[in-house]
Design a protein around this ligand. Structure first.
Ligand code: GDP
Ligand code: GDP
Length: 440
């Protein structure tokens, strides 16, 4: 599981700037807890080979008693509770404030590991201004500049120190791993039907539980086999195991959802037919895409809506989940056990696509045929020249294209090529990546 770092501090100290620098993502994951002006943001961070989850929080005033400010404080407390480590951001230029003291004393009682970041410290590594932050009783302030990218690496190393898994066995699926179970996660908002679906699955006759070393009975990680294929259902956020069945618990944890997605090979994204595609569904979907996971969209409670609603729903999926248009959309009723066969089929296809082997000669042939069908646009004196392609990775499939002047290939042309590769190799339910490599 990826470690979680929360960024905490009063407004305007530079938390968002730091968040953007750590995640470099355009699409922060936002939890849409209704009625909030400023939410917690979640994103994926990466430092060298290490991955972690970052939570940005709004301004924090632990002593606030009413209104939005109090809500923001509550959000921050939740973020701290979910985190393995906290980066407490203060503003060197603004100096120490009473609020900083309040936050510090809250953090000291939280029992979490806290690293103190003195932001906006560009050009003042040795500044005497840093000294006053010792008063917070959180140890040494680490000068950083979020805006200029200074001191960030060592700051994050400190925060992650001791949290990273030691020598984790290489789990990337590759050749010769047919025996390994497909790691399956069911993601979706509370009440969408996750526990109903899982209980229905586990109650199916064709589904056989098997023993796997290291799986305890209580952990929500269930190994099972269906039609000869092994699966492992991984910890699904918001569920608890009670005897043989699963039940929904009130609390929905975004962090758990994100961790489950990064831990999975295939994600079943459940959408509630009665509720339609929510903002939060779209954010989860965006995260699945960023994580490069294979995904199947299952519209649950299909039994409960009429044909007009069905049509409206189809349209809203087309528009709101347009960026997942490679994902098959299934209509199911977990409660009435409808549509489950096709869902299994789609899960299997998605995984087969994600791990498809694409030999160089075939890839190159598809590439050259595509170019013959439609040439890339000339850019000034340059006409990009595409020569050959090879597979650079699986899960998701990565196609590396070699040639000259490839910097001039447009995104639209890349999408055109992706379409040709997808059609030829029948890739469904997996994102795919294309990398262009120009020779000098
Ligand atoms: P947040 O409210 O804590 O999320 O703060 P923001 O990230 O929105 O930043 C508040 C202001 O501080 C913005 O105007 C940023 O451009 C500025 N800022 C952030 N980081 C730095 C930094 O490292 N140096 C300087 N000089 N300004 C910064
Ligand atoms: P979870 O919070 O995602 O685990 O959702 P639950 O599995 O607890 O389901 C929430 C509610 O939706 C329960 O009342 C279920 O009976 C109902 N539900 C689940 N699946 C279906 C379905 O396919 N059709 C209908 N009509 N209701 C369903």
């Amino acid at each position: 599981m990826k470690p979680v770092i929360a960024l905490v501090g009063r407004p305007n100290v530079g938390k968002s700037t730091l968040f953007n620098r750590l995640t470099k993502s355009r699409d922060a994951i936002v939890a849409d807890f209704a009625g909030l002006t400023r939410d917690r943001h979640y994103g994926d961070g990466k430092l060298g080979a290490h991955e972690f989850i970052v939570i940005d929080t709004g301004g924090f005033e632990p002593t606030a008693e009413t209104g939005i400010i109090k809500e923001m404080a509550k959000q921050t407390r939740q973020a701290v509770a979910e985190a393995d480590a906290v980066i407490f951001v203060v503003d060197v230029r603004g100096g120490l404030s009473a609020q900083d003291h309040d936050i510090a004393s809250y953090l000291r009682t939280s029992g979490k590991k806290v690293v103190l970041a003195a932001n906006k410290a560009e050009g003042m590594q040795e500044s005497p201004l840093l000294g006053e932050f010792y008063e917070l009783g959180l140890g040494e302030p680490h000068p950083i500049s979020s805006a200029h990218g200074q001191g960030i690496r060592s700051l994050v190393e400190l925060a992650l120190d001791g949290l990273l898994p030691q020598d984790e066995p290489e789990d990337e699926l590759a050749d010769g791993s047919e025996d390994r179970p497909i790691r399956l996660a069911v993601a979706g908002r509370p009440n969408v039907g996750k526990s109903t679906l899982i209980n229905t699955w586990l109650g199916e006759e064709r589904l056989v539980a098997f023993d796997m070393p290291g799986t305890t009975r209580d952990a929500i990680s269930v190994p099972f086999e269906r039609n000869g294929q092994r699966f492992q259902l991984i910890d699904t956020a918001g569920l608890r195991r009670k005897g043989k069945v699963f039940e929904a618990i009130e609390k929905f944890s975004v962090v758990k959802t994100l961790q489950a997605i990064s831990d999975a090979n295939v994600v079943v994204l459940l959408v509630d037919a009665q509720e339609g595609v929510s903002e939060q569904d779209a954010h989860i979907a965006g995260y699945i895409l960023d994580a490069g996971r294979a995904v199947v969209i299952a519209i649950n409670k299909w039994d409960a809506i009429d044909s007009y609603q069905r049509e409206m729903l189809e349209r809203s999926i087309e528009s709101r989940l347009a960026f997942l248009k490679f994902a098959p959309v299934l209509h199911i009723s977990a409660l009435k056990r409808q549509g489950l066969g096709p869902l299994w089929q789609a899960i299997g296809d998605a995984w087969a696509s994600a791990t498809k082997k694409m030999p160089t000669p075939q890839l190159t042939r598809v590439l050259l045929e595509a170019v013959q069908f439609q040439q890339p646009k000339r850019a000034g004196a340059f006409r990009p020249k595409l020569r050959y392609a090879h597979q650079g990775g699986q899960n998701p499939p990565l196609v590396v294209i070699h040639g000259n002047a490839l910097d001039h290939i447009t995104d639209a042309y890349k999408r055109f090529l992706e379409g040709r590769f997808r059609a030829h190799f029948k890739l469904s339910g997996t994102p795919m990546r294309i990398e262009l490599r120009s020779s000098k």
